[in-house]
Design a protein around this ligand. Structure first.
Ligand code: FES
Length: 242
């Protein structure tokens, strides 16, 4: 018997189809899945297999608010499991609490984000205690929108990193650390000025701050920024990468 490889033409269409259903209903409603299975001419179980693989997809109607807490290593070490255990029983039936994989903010562990049904974007809250997260979620339930935690508002101190190969007392790195300090000060001042101007939301300021850092990364000497597991990444010739 000659084994034939199953057609994969439909496979690239499954994720977009699931996204459309979730966008329309807020979750993967059974009727939507059945219709997509007919349209794509694939068995329903293939759609369900993809849907259950990606944590992004919801298989049941969403709660009004979903608090996603990262449970990967950095956040686990920072008490993510305890946060979930404490908050699950006290936040009420309109709030779902779930553990998720790395949210990409290991440097601000524990990282959490709040999703509001009907809203496209999640709100990140970083380095918060259980009590603070509870207050934040309760504010969302009251219809308020607590300010997200942005890097523009919170500096990085060298002393907060356990691994710091560029210690302040190391003369070899004195010049670059000073340059970074001047850069961060100027950037902090710029973001403070923008915050006082109309039309500059915290999100837009964060985009500005990030764009400046990206631009500087392409220039030698000033492209250092904090990241998880170490202190900084340098682009200048002769220095170490992080
Ligand atoms: S480990 Fe939690 S954000 Fe990366």
């Amino acid at each position: 018997m000659i084994a034939t490889k199953p057609s994969t033409d439909y496979s690239v269409q499954i994720v977009p189809a699931l996204q459309r259903i979730q966008h329309e209903f807020g979750y993967l409603k059974r009727e939507g899945l059945e219709e997509a299975a007919r349209d794509l001419d694939v068995p329903l179980h293939r759609l369900q297999a993809v849907a259950s693989f990606f944590p992004h997809f919801r298989l049941s109607p969403p709660k009004k608010i979903v608090l996603s807490v990262c449970r990967d290593m950095a956040c686990h070490m920072a008490g993510a499991q305890g946060i979930m255990d404490e908050l699950r029983p006290v936040l009420g039936e309109n709030v779902g609490v779930r553990g998720v994989s790395c949210l990409g903010r290991c440097d601000r562990a524990p990282a959490a984000c709040v999703g509001i049904t009907g809203e496209e974007h999640d709100h990140y809250h970083l380095g918060r205690s259980t009590g603070e997260l509870k207050e934040i979620v309760e504010a969302y339930l009251r219809g308020e929108v607590p300010a997200p935690d942005l890097d523009a508002d919170r500096g990085y101190g060298n002393e907060t990193f356990v691994i710091n190969p560029y210690g302040r007392d190391e003369p070899k790195y004195g010049a670059i650390l000073k340059a970074i300090s001047v850069r961060d000060k100027a950037l902090g001042e710029a973001t403070r000025i923008l915050a006082s101007k109309p039309g500059w939301s915290p999100m837009r300021i964060e985009q500005f701050r990030s764009a400046v850092l990206d631009r500087l990364e392409k220039r030698p000497g000033l492209g250092a920024r904090p990241h998880a597991g170490g202190l900084v990444r340098y682009n200048f010739a002769g220095a170490e990468g992080g």
